[in-house]
Design a protein. Structure first.
Length: 371
């Protein structure tokens, strides 16, 4: 497999994902090109200009589609993050006549890139939340506050029935899983992405309900990360996201209040399995001889032959994996990780930060900072 895929990927008629697919990354950044026909000339709209790291691929794919930068009419931005707006300066340099579309709250921050499109449309000020394009089509503004930025705005294209949703509905991917459309196996990465980057379930549930009300109904969701959603799996994942705890819902106290009993079951099952593999006395010995200041010691209690989870299961499970897998080799660790995640999924509890890709950064995953 090449290390990047230089060619673009078709999302639907007139819509391409022109970003870089990188099998080594767990965070694919999607840039889209949507072309509208009619009105005498084509209208080319780029959704999220993307990361500076991906510029050469995006530029090549864009020019292959539209011939020259001057043909690009509009660039929209969901919010201000560097993976979304990093290329804005490149875009405005290559096309000084470009029009930008973004919410005012995000623009206040993006303007520090010193990249000023010739015209700027503020999404929050668009009359009736709808822009009429030269060919007669409409672009609908769909504000999704706090998903994840205060001024985040998704864009709905009623002609193709595609919702360009920004970070909302995006996902992490396992290394190498870089196909365009989401499959069931991609759910843990989508769940984790929301658990890390969205502030709370409430705002995402609101955005899900809003998505369901769009008219005509949404057929495709094209997020800025990971996978495009469509069909049955799109509805299924929206249902799951509506119920998924994320952000501050996952502070340890809040999780313990709701899920302690279920995490304790996962913990017991995992201890049972590891005991069968390594021997019960070996497992007990590892846990009894944890270094005095080891964090896991705060969350478990050992009495006689019994080992119990006392609190903070979401943190205790990856720590348990770390201590029992030490020196056992990567296959053992992978198997254990897989078992723990499966037990959590079976019970519908929020997944610990040990799943899809989050480990590859080599740094403590963001979820751990929640204390
Ligand atoms: Fe973001
Ligand atoms: Fe993003």
């Amino acid at each position: 497999m090449p290390d990047t895929m230089p060619t673009d990927m078709q999302v639907a008629e007139g819509c391409y994902m022109i970003g870089r697919r990188n099998p080594d990354s767990v965070l694919q950044c999607n840039t889209y090109l949507r072309t509208f026909h009619g009105g005498g000339t084509d209208f080319h709209w780029c959704v999220d200009p993307g990361s500076l790291m991906d510029y050469s691929t995006i530029r090549t794919n864009l020019l292959n589609r539209i011939g020259e930068f001057a043909a690009l009419n509009l660039v929209s931005m969901n919010h201000q993050d560097p993976d979304v707006t990093g290329n804005l300066l490149n875009f405005t340099r290559e096309n000084p006549k470009l029009t930008g579309l973004i919410a005012e709250d995000a623009w206040r921050l993006v303007r520090h890139l010193n990249a000023i499109p010739k015209e700027l449309w503020f999404a929050n000020k668009v009359e009736n939340r709808s822009i009429r394009l030269p060919g007669g089509q409409r672009l609908q503004m769909v504000p999704t506050p706090f998903c994840h930025f205060r001024g985040a705005v998704a864009f709905y294209d009623p002609e193709s029935q595609i919702l360009f949703s920004g970070d909302l509905f995006g996902g992490l991917n396992s290394p190498g899983r870089i196909q365009l459309y989401a499959q069931e196996d991609d759910w843990p990465g989508i769940a984790q992405f929301h658990q890390i980057y969205m502030p709370t379930r409430e705002v995402v549930a609101r955005a899900v309900r809003l998505t369901r009300t769009l008219d005509p109904p949404v057929k495709i969701i094209a997020p800025q990360h990971g996978f495009v959603l469509t069909g049955e799996i799109m509805h299924e994942f929206l249902n799951r996201l509506e119920r998924l705890p994320m952000g501050i819902d996952m502070l340890p106290d809040a999780l313990d209040e709701r899920y302690h009993k279920l995490y304790a079951e996962v913990f017991q099952e995992t201890i049972g399995e590891v005991s069968r593999w390594l021997g019960a006395s070996e497992v007990r010995s590892i846990l009894q001889h944890l270094p005095r200041d080891h964090e896991l010691a705060n969350y478990i209690r050992i009495s006689g032959n019994e080992i119990h989870l006392e609190r903070n299961g979401i943190r205790a499970l990856p720590l348990l994996m770390d201590v029992v897998a030490l020196g056992q080799g990567p296959a053992f660790r992978e198997m254990l990780k897989d078992r723990i995640l499966r037990h959590c999924l079976e019970r519908g509890v929020p997944l610990p930060q040990m799943g899809v890709g989050v480990e590859e950064t080599g740094a403590e995953p963001p979820g751990y900072w929640l204390g």
